[in-house]
Design a protein around this ligand. Structure first.
Ligand code: NDP
Ligand code: 13P
Length: 311
């Protein structure tokens, strides 16, 4: 199966490099110039990655990986509908669309083609690009297509596990970024590792609650795309979401050109939680903090003075 990756950011480039070990890959990036990837500095593309700014050069591919920021996906899919429709699509983004409340698979489903898949789980682009061992979840409602994509996209060092529960997989990937911002805030504000462990555990309970309410399976959240990615992103300085939260907690500025998926997703999740009366205190507080609607002191006070309850 010939693969093209749409989106030459850090993750798209890393996936292209990884797949190039198995055969030629086309990598498209808007405004792309030359063979260096601005958002993945210091990494060379192998010769069998064709990088281009001409999206028509991806038309020969049998399957497309969409590696764009979540909030850009719906607009891009609508713009490129005729090009994307009818081919297997794999969403490689993590989040909830702020305008529609939809995840990446639901957005791509609107195109009406084969069942879209989502590729998600614990992996930093820099690790994948360097060929370090990584395991991810490939979720697709059509298990036959999922099996074929799993085989095509796995490499000796990038091991894909498969599920049909795309709802659980995409919600795990979306919400772990919100929790990573919260974990960053905790550490940035000097509240300590014990507080971070409490935050991660209660954050995981929140991820489960949200996912189950939307029809996901609990075990999916316990897998790579949920717990696995929560652990990675809440504990590593390599995470942009964690670093953003850290800056927020420490009262420092943060580069607005950096992709921080958890910020918009927290707002989308807070809106859904309000509309559906779901108890999502950490996500709601992250949304309010990101918008500057509450101070850190108020956020802490509000979370710590909630009624005592059973675990
Ligand atoms: N980086 C990582 O370690 C991982 C990232 N992911 C996920 O991958 C997704 C992409 O993130 P990542 O690659 O890191 O982000 P980056 O910020 O590195 O790159 C985003 C890319 O998308 C391009 N882009 C933005 N908007 C549009 C648009 N409307 N049309 C076309 N291209 C657009 C950007 O172009 P430009 O530079 O011109 O703005 C850039 O090339 C996210 O959802 C992220 O959560 C998942 C796992 C790991
Ligand atoms: O999704 C990721 C790791 O799995 C990358 O995390 P950040 O977007 O926070 O850098």
């Amino acid at each position: 199966m010939k693969i093209a990756v749409l989106g030459a950011g850090a993750f798209g480039a890393a996936l292209a490099i990884s797949l190039a070990a198995k055969g030629p890959v086309t990598l498209w990036g808007r405004g792309q110039q030359g063979r260096t990837v601005r958002r993945l500095p210091g990494i060379m593309l192998p010769d069998n990655v064709s990088i281009t700014a001409e999206i028509a050069e991806t038309d020969e591919a049998d399957a497309l990986l969409l590696s764009l920021p979540m909030q850009a996906l719906a607009g891009f899919a609508a713009e490129q509908a005729s090009r994307l429709r009818d081919r297997p699509l794999v969403a490689c983004c993590k989040g909830v669309d702020l305008l529609s409340g939809l995840g990446p698979v639901e957005i791509l489903q609107k195109l009406g083609g084969p069942a879209p898949a989502v590729l998600t789980g614990p992996s930093f682009a820099a690790d994948i690009a360097r060929g370090l061992p990584t395991a991810l979840t490939l979720a697709c409602a059509d298990d036959t297509l999922g099996e074929s994509l799993q085989a095509t996209l796995s490499t000796p060092v990038l091991r894909l596990y498969r599920t049909t529960d795309y709802i659980g997989a995409e919600i795990g990937g979306a919400l772990k970024n919100v929790m990573a911002i919260a974990a960053g805030v905790v550490i940035g504000a000097g509240l300590g590792d014990s507080a971070r462990a409490a935050l991660m555990t209660r954050g995981y309970a929140e991820m489960q609650r949200f996912a189950l309410a939307r029809g996901a399976r609990a075990e999916t959240l316990g897998g790579l795309s949920g717990l696995g990615d929560l652990v990675l992103t809440c504990t590593s300085d390599l995470s942009r979401n964690f670093r953003f939260g850290h800056a927020l907690g420490a009262g420092q500025a943060f580069d607005s050109d950096t992709t921080v998926e958890g910020a918009a997703t927290a707002k989308a999740v807070a809106q859904i939680a309000r509309a559906e009366a779901l108890d999502m205190p950490i996500s709601t507080m992250v949304a309010a903090l990101v918008d500057g609607k509450v101070t850190l002191a108020d956020a802490m006070q509000s979370l710590l003075t909630r009624p005592l309850k059973q675990e």
